[in-house]
Design a protein around this ligand. Structure first.
Ligand code: PMP
Length: 444
């Protein structure tokens, strides 16, 4: 009997080792890590330069409490992170994961409002669907009922607006008009809530697990920025998943040249080598909060030298190996191969995403976009069938916040053409298996 528990009794084989885009269990079976874990292992497994940097740091020190010491590793990673961030966002606060990063952004925003004498601002508007984390503060801004429902009475009431999902809402207008249509819902919400009470808006520039890699329409991100500015609302970009290069740019929001006030990043930032995340904020926001007496927040492991040394080596490897360009090129190749699978499998409803943050959905009928029957349990079944064939993908039982099933295909940014071929082959076979058991037609 195992003494460990997570969210369910699901038992998986024991992991033995991992290298590059592959993982092996203790029986010797090999898996292609087609989702980089949970979109974490961006630079692949067992990168020798990262392991060497970690070993070197371990020989010196593994922990120095931030209130007792500065460390070379944390200073260097902060400097590198600031250099990669948009102009003006030069202050870096380290944490150990995505939820902690989101909590930090909410608290910094609130303290900035207090510093400006705007104590009535406390509401953080977010989107439905969205995912910002599992801790109670981050969950309050998360728009994903399966995770939040049990805790509803305990959560801060935070306003939500619909995320753009024109493909489900059946809008028949051009991309820019669609972007404005959804962005204007933010303005309406700010007015309804009372602009003087609204602190911030938090958004995943390219959607993650809750939306299934939804890419905003053309006019959306810049209009959101304008609306936030008009009402003195801080714009927070949750780049926990989309940051770090996976979308083909270091920051997801770079695709639209929009600069937020605060960013959070995690997952690929530590690359699966260490638990690591960061909040990056506008310098004047941080200075105002520090002038007021300090930022009332912090986590024990923040900025520990081992995590920071690993994080710095991850960023160096991303640069040295040109992984962001590779994510762009291989992402385009993988996306077109996934689109080609739509010919063979009429029950693939949509393929979308940017770079190597890609997703597809399964539907009963592509015209009506009706979901597959719930009892097919497609989100779990297809993952298991792929897993049997040695391919790891990631899924959620939702489509744009509605009933349905979506799947993320997000291999490490070092994947090459052979890896893409192998993913498509494994996925095609798993979809074939699924169609067979579910009695769905294929169009070979
Ligand atoms: N924000 C986003 C966009 C995420 O994708 C996630 C994790 N899926 C989180 C926040 C929370 O991160 P963590 O699980 O590391 O707490």
């Amino acid at each position: 009997m195992s003494h460990l528990f997570y969210q369910s009794r699901l038992a998986r084989p024991e992991l033995d080792r991992a290298e590059g885009i592959y993982m092996w269990d203790t029986s010797g079976k090999r898996y292609l890590d087609g989702s980089s874990g949970a979109m974490v292992s961006n630079i692949g497994h067992s990168n020798p330069a990262v392991l060497a940097a970690m070993r070197a740091q371990m020989e010196k020190s593994t922990f120095g409490y931030r209130l007792h010491f500065q460390t070379e590793a944390s200073e260097a990673l902060a400097a590198k992170t600031a250099e990669l961030s948009p102009p003006g966002l030069s202050k870096v606060f380290f944490v150990s994961g995505g939820s902690e990063a989101v909590e930090s952004t909410i608290k910094l925003a609130r303290q900035y409002a207090l510093a400006k004498g705007e104590a009535q601002r406390f509401k953080v508007i977010s989107r439905m669907p969205s995912y910002h984390g599992a801790t109670l503060g981050a969950l309050a801004v998360t728009g994903y009922a399966p995770m939040s429902a049990p805790f509803d009475p305990m959560l801060m009431r935070m306003p939500k607006i619909p995320a753009p999902r024109a493909y489900l809402d059946g809008l028949d207008i051009d991309d820019v008009a669609t972007g404005h249509h959804y962005a204007d819902m933010l303005e309406q919400k700010i007015r309804d809530e009372g602009p003087e009470t609204v602190l911030a808006f938090i958004v995943e520039p390219v959607g993650g697990a809750s939306t299934g890699a939804l890419v905003p329409p053309a006019g959306y991100m810049s209009r959101i920025r304008e609306i936030c500015d008009r009402y003195g609302v801080l714009l927070i970009h949750d780049e926990v998943m989309s940051g770090g290069g996976r979308t083909g740019k270091f920051w997801g929001a770079e695709h639209w040249q929009v600069v937020p006030d605060i960013i959070c990043i995690s997952k690929g930032f530590g690359g699966g080598y260490v638990p690591l995340g960061a909040m990056i904020a506008r310098e004047d926001i941080v200075e105002a909060v520090l002038d007021m007496g300090g930022f009332v927040h912090g986590h024990t492991y923040a900025g520990n030298p081992l995590a920071c040394a690993a994080g710095l080596a991850v960023l160096d490897e991303v640069e040295r190996q040109g992984m962001i360009g590779n994510a762009d090129r291989m992402g385009a190749r993988l996306k077109s191969r996934l689109e080609a699978l739509m010919q063979r499998f009429p029950f693939i409803g949509d393929v979308r995403g940017k770079g190597l943050l890609l997703a597809f959905e399964l539907v009963s009928d592509r015209d009506s976009m009706a979901p597959l029957p719930k009892d097919l349990n497609a989100h779990a079944r297809l993952v298991d069938l792929a897993y049997d064939r040695g391919l790891i993908i990631y899924s959620r039982r939702t489509r744009g916040g509605l009933e349905g099933d979506h799947f993320l295909v997000c291999p490490p940014m070092i994947v090459g053409e052979d890896g893409i071929d192998e993913i498509i082959e494994g996925l095609g076979a798993a979809l074939e298996d699924f169609a067979g058991e579910a009695g769905l037609e294929t169009g070979r």
